[in-house]
Structures are given as structure tokens and as C-alpha cells.
Design a protein around this ligand. Structure first.
Ligand code: IMP
Ligand code: MG
Length: 173
């Protein structure tokens, strides 16, 4: 794999994340919001998004894996840890880097609705990629919608590399 082009630059990302933060701030006034970041991919997005939200939020992370080192979803989601904070009665916002097939988010949404008695479960994804969607899934807050491509940077990886690129780039073999 090599980087072929920049798809979203720093300024485009920063402006969109700020707008998402304002929208989430308005929507969750007076609520008990928990940001639940999906590691590893969401670590940079969540760091920026959290600082764009002007509310007293709680933040925790989960590790979910549906990938090996390839570029396509295996379909099976494995949750490696449950959040440490008590989610009962709270509004969960699952923060993901990218929704591709939709399998990960569909599974997580269902899991947290079923097992933690939250007040609500919503999803915020930086990227919503339609090309390989295999299950219909609701993404409540979307940074950017993309038709296709394999993206790296700003938290997204290929085989654990390129997460630290400050821009979102397309990679191809
Ligand atoms: P899904 O279950 O197919 O929706 O896959 C979601 C996960 O696959 C994301 O959280 C990413 O970790 C990974 N993924 C999907 N597409 C890409 C991509 O273009 N670049 C990097 N990771 C991706
Ligand atoms: Mg991920």
C-alpha cells in the first residue's frame, strides 16, 4: 500500500469537527452524555471532538475489532473490554473513525442498548463510506460521506500504520 492522494486536509477536518461539536453541544443540553470512543481508530477524532463539545461529558474507550491486517471486514466483531464507567440512564454517543460495511456499528449499537440500560445510544462517525455497506445502520452524526476508497490518517490505519498522518489520505496498492 502507498499513499495516493489527500482526500481531506487539516482545515477541512477541523472545521467539520468543530461543527459536529456545536451540534452535539446543542442536542445534549441537560443530558448525561458519555463519549465512547472505539479504539484504535477513533483516538484522534475523539480527542478533537471532545474539545469541541461544551458540556460536562464523561469519556471512555472500548476496543472493538472486526479486522485483521487486511482492508475488508471479517464480519465478526470482538469487544475486548467493557467501559469502566456506569452507563445506566446515560446518553451514549459511540465515536467511530469510519463506518464501512456497518457491521461494527450495528453490533455495538445493539450491544450497548441491550446490556447497559442507557437512556439512549447514538453514533458519531468521522467518515461514512457507502461502497461496502452490508447492513443498514443509522449513523446519527457524520463528519464526511465518501463513496469509496481506502482511507488512512487522522487515526485510520493500514496494518497499524499511518494513523499519525494529520490529513485523511487515500491508500492503494
Ligand atoms: P465495518 O464494520 O466494516 O463498518 O468496519 C469498521 C471498521 O473497519 C472501522 O472502525 C475501521 O477500523 C475499519 N475500516 C473500514 N474502512 C476503513 C478504511 O478505509 N481505512 C481504515 N480503516 C477502515
Ligand atoms: Mg475502527
Amino acid at each position: 500500500m502507498r499513499i495516493t492522494k489527500t482526500v481531506l486536509n487539516r482545515q477541512e477536518i477541523a472545521e467539520r469537527v468543530a461543527a459536529l461539536g456545536r451540534q452535539i453541544t446543542a442536542d445534549y443540553q441537560g443530558r448525561k452524555l458519555v463519549l465512547l470512543g472505539v479504539l484504535n481508530g477513533a483516538f484522534i477524532f475523539l480527542a478533537d471532538l471532545a474539545r469541541a463539545i461544551d458540556l460536562e461529558v464523561e469519556i471512555d474507550f472500548i476496543r472493538a475489532a472486526s479486522y485483521g491486517n487486511g482492508t475488508a471486514s471479517s464480519g465478526a466483531v470482538v469487544l475486548r473490554n467493557e467501559p469502566d464507567i456506569d452507563l445506566a440512564g446515560k446518553d451514549i454517543l459511540i465515536v467511530e473513525d469510519i463506518v464501512d460495511s456497518g457491521l461494527t456499528i450495528a453490533w455495538l449499537r445493539e450491544h450497548f442498548l441491550r446490556t447497559h440500560q442507557p437512556a439512549s445510544v447514538k453514533v458519531c462517525a468521522l467518515l461514512d463510506k457507502h461502497e461496502r455497506r452490508s447492513v443498514a445502520v443509522q449513523v446519527d452524526y457524520v463528519g464526511f460521506t465518501l463513496a469509496s476508497g481506502f482511507l488512512v490518517g487522522y487515526g485510520l490505519d493500514y496494518a497499524q500504520k499511518w494513523r499519525n498522518l494529520p490529513e485523511i489520505c487515500e491508500a492503494a496498492s
